[in-house]
Write a protein that binds this ligand. Structure first.
Ligand code: BGC
Length: 768
């Protein structure tokens, strides 16, 4: 058996009890004095009031404050600490004024779901992750912070860093994919972008809220809000790193998730919130529940609202979003001795500290400057960057040589997503002006002669289509007039598209998911192309014209027929405000695609969960070999994916040299450089994402067949070579062992480099 070395565990604060605990004095004595003094003057009710977060009434955008507003009533009674969901500076100014005039005169924090841009919308986060470019992602968050802060918002409910291995889960679109290492790098980038890197909030910096803490992406069967059944070891190794890295980057707050972990809802999970986040990772900000998550603990079967509120507070939750559990029951729990005054003080202090750090006590109107709202939002510079960013997020999945297209080619742009602005903006873009998002048709028709046809319904089942498109509206506004769908027969739509296709040189089919088909509460059991759209694709194929499929989606789909029959597939996700322009840039060759998948694309939904960093069974079966009895495989499908993690084509080709190591052996305290030379063997300059993986060959616990440990995006001119170096230390080779200690175990490791998670060259490193 190998000798186990607990690698730098103390320094990294991994082992329980080795980092600073919660409730201790902060590093800022002036802040501590200020808050001591303030809390000395607050009533118990006012302290509990700070722990209460509500949505701004009706998610206002054009409203002025009235005394009938529920939130105003709460504020006047000292029972509200923050509101979220409004980017209306006038409204927020009015309500902030009331906060300052009421009770202890404490300013509100003002939150918002700013997930991938504010009014200038960037590609959805899953798409952003396929750029493998944390620097670019940081810049998108910086711009989002600038626009949100100009709109009165000082706290964003982002980044969403939930790792997900199951494409059925609609919220896969909001995160950074399936890999914890890449996810960790992106989490840091978002935090730096929103909060700035200097540790001080000026009025363009906003507090982040890392969500959903924790493990929400592990929902069983990909069904939203479902239970999570991960072992603690697997959670630590496969899922928790992005949350941890965000804490190390200084994230100001976290949002507890809806799911349970180890039989305890995350919102009252002492291990997650106190032992891990605060004590092990040293997080010193506040934790807010997800919307109504405290109340939902009742349905989890834990107790009544009073019981779950008390337990959540004691476990480390500081703020209750929309449940009125804290504001409604904590006083009673205190009187009954169920909780202590110290429990309330601790949470209240954390909220006040956040407000202090934001500078709201110096100037409650710091983020409420109407002039900024008019000039800092949706600027031409921001939109130009949205186009640049989107180009880096378009994954070329197939190309028989039809792409790039020559400008001047006559194209038929067909499909129900060709003119859909909302599909460009994607999930969680409620501050965007969807109608202004550049559609695929608009972007393409600006550079080449283009005709348009809608081509098909979304689904053949009208009720299904209606519930997807209007389900949310019906839920919130039952009397909203729903337009009649399917008024033009599918056959006619297809026939029109085929006629346009016949007159064109190339067909561009814009198909896939509308925004409501992914995101929150949008799990799917069938992740193939919706039937009506597949029918359109088949009719287009039958014309014999080259068909370029532009895939709009928020999740991996099963695309076996498409992969076989389309001439090219460009996966554009929901590419944001400038989506149509960015897609045209790539289709017509102004930019060579460079994005690579961060989620595995399965062949069949029955393979899920499917992810590259899986373990080996005792009866392993090769990914691309057919069925063999008594090995770990399916009788009716291959094990391997349709498109693997890390995959994406370019307009050029790259060749990889074998991996070399600066030394074949590495002492535990040392380091080694792994190098690979990449040559651009095609005829155009392009970017390439070079990936480094490891495999721990013998360990005291089973280890994944591959784990990403490094990546670099390099620009390589045609015909040129670039040597790419990666430094490896015990840190990259460590993992959480069976006792959940972070260890580097001496022995042999495979070190692999390549263009994706499958085409890898290997070398062996021995750690002594
Ligand atoms: C979502 C969160 C979101 C919150 C507030 C919840 O339903 O899970 O991601 O931040 O609502 O809008």
């Amino acid at each position: 058996m190998k000798k186990i070395i607990i690698w730098a565990a103390a320094a990294l604060g991994i082992l329980s009890g080795c980092a600073s605990g919660s409730g201790s004095a902060s590093k800022d004595a002036k802040m501590d004095r200020f808050i001591d003094n303030l809390m000395g003057k607050m009533t118990l009710e006012q302290k509990i009031g700070q722990l209460n977060l509500h949505s701004a009434s009706g998610f206002v955008s054009a409203l002025r404050v009235t005394e009938e507003d529920e939130n105003v009533k709460l504020l006047r009674a000292g029972k509200l600490g923050g509101i979220y969901g409004s980017g209306n500076v006038e409204y927020l100014r009015d309500i902030q004024k009331i906060a300052m005039e009421s009770g202890a005169g404490i300013p509100l924090i003002t939150g918002m779901d700013v997930i991938h841009g504010y009014q200038t919308v960037f590609p959805v986060p899953l798409a952003l992750s396929t750029s493998w470019n944390p620097e670019m992602v940081e810049k998108t968050a910086r711009i989002a912070a600038k626009e949100a802060s100009a709109s009165g918002i000082n706290w964003v409910f982002s980044p969403m860093v939930d790792i997900c291995r199951d494409a059925r889960w609609g919220r896969i679109v909001e995160g950074g994919g399936e890999d914890p290492f890449l996810g960790g790098e992106l989490a840091k980038a978002y935090v730096y972008g929103y909060q700035g890197r200097d540790g001080v909030y000026d009025n363009t910096d906003v507090m982040t809220c890392v969500k959903h803490y924790a493990l929400y992406g592990g929902a069983e069967a990909g069904r939203d809000y479902n239970s999570v059944f991960l072992s603690r070891q697997e959670a630590l190794n496969g899922y928790l790193r992005p949350y941890q890295q965000a804490a190390y980057a200084g994230a100001a707050s976290y949002m507890s998730s809806f799911n349970e972990f180890e039989g305890i809802p995350a919102t009252m999970n002492t291990y997650l919130m106190d032992e891990l986040l605060r004590k092990a990772w040293g997080f010193d900000g506040f934790i807010v529940s997800d919307a109504t998550a405290v109340l939902e603990e009742v349905a989890h079967g834990i107790g009544d609202l009073q019981e779950v509120s008390a337990r959540s507070l004691q476990a480390g939750l500081d703020m209750d979003m929309n449940s009125d559990g804290f504001v409604g029951t904590l006083e009673k729990s205190l009187q009954e001795g169920r909780i202590s005054k110290a429990d309330i003080d601790r949470a209240c202090r954390r909220i006040l500290e956040a407000k202090y750090k934001l500078g709201l006590f110096d100037d409650p109107y710091k983020y409420l400057d109407p002039e900024r709202a008019a000039k800092d939002v949706y600027t031409p510079e921001h939109r130009a960057f949205a186009r640049e960013a989107a180009r880096e997020c378009l994954v070329l999945l197939k190309n028989d040589g039809v792409l790039p297209l020559r400008k001047g080619t006559r194209v038929a742009v067909v499909g129900p997503l060709a003119k859909n602005g909302e599909a460009m903006a994607g999930s969680w873009s409620m501050s965007s002006h969807n109608a202004e998002s550049v559609s695929l048709f608009q972007g393409i028709s600006e550079v080449t002669p283009a005709t348009y046809a809608e081509g098909s319904w979304l689904f053949k089942d009208k009720d299904l289509e209606e519930s997807i498109l209007y389900g949310m509206i019906k839920y919130f506004a039952p009397n909203y007039p729903i337009p009649e769908l399917h008024t033009v027969p599918q056959q006619k739509l297809v026939a029109d598209a085929v006629a346009k296709a016949r007159q064109a040189d190339v067909v561009i089919a814009c198909v896939g998911e509308v925004a409501n088909m992914n995101g929150e509460g949008a799990s799917r059991t069938d992740i193939s192309m919706p039937d009506a759209q597949l029918e359109l694709l088949k009719a287009l194929k039958a014309t014999g014209k080259p068909v370029v499929m532009v895939l709009v989606t928020g999740r991996p789909l099963t695309l076996n027929w498409e992969a076989e029959n389309m001439d090219a597939i460009l996966n554009v996700w929901s590419p944001g405000s400038e989506g149509g322009h960015a897609v045209a840039d790539v289709l017509f060759g102004d930019y060579a695609p460079s994005a690579k998948l961060t989620t595995t694309f399965p062949r069949a939904v029955g393979q899920l969960p499917l992810y590259y960093n899986h373990k080996s069974t005792g009866r392993p079966h090769p990914d691309y070999e057919p069925y063999r009895k008594f090995t770990s495989c399916y009788i009716d499908e291959l094990n391997g994916p349709l498109y693997p993690f890390g995959f994406g084509l370019s307009y050029t080709t790259f060749e990889y040299s074998p991996v070399t190591l600066s030394a074949a052996e590495m002492p535990l305290s040392g380091s080694v450089t792994a190098s690979v030379t990449v040559t651009n063997t095609g005829s155009r300059d392009a970017d390439e994402i070079v990936q480094l993986y490891i495999h721990d060959i013998y360990a005291t616990s089973t280890r994944p067949v591959k784990e990403l440990k490094g990546f670099k995006k390099v620009h390589i001119a045609a015909g040129q070579s670039v040597k790419v170096d990666f430094t490896l230390t015990a840190e990259e080779l460590s993992y959480y062992n069976h006792d959940c200690n972070w260890v580097c175990e001496p022995g042999d490791f495979e070190i692999m480099a390549g263009p994706d998670s499958e085409r890898l060259q290997k070398a062996v490193l021995t750690v002594k």
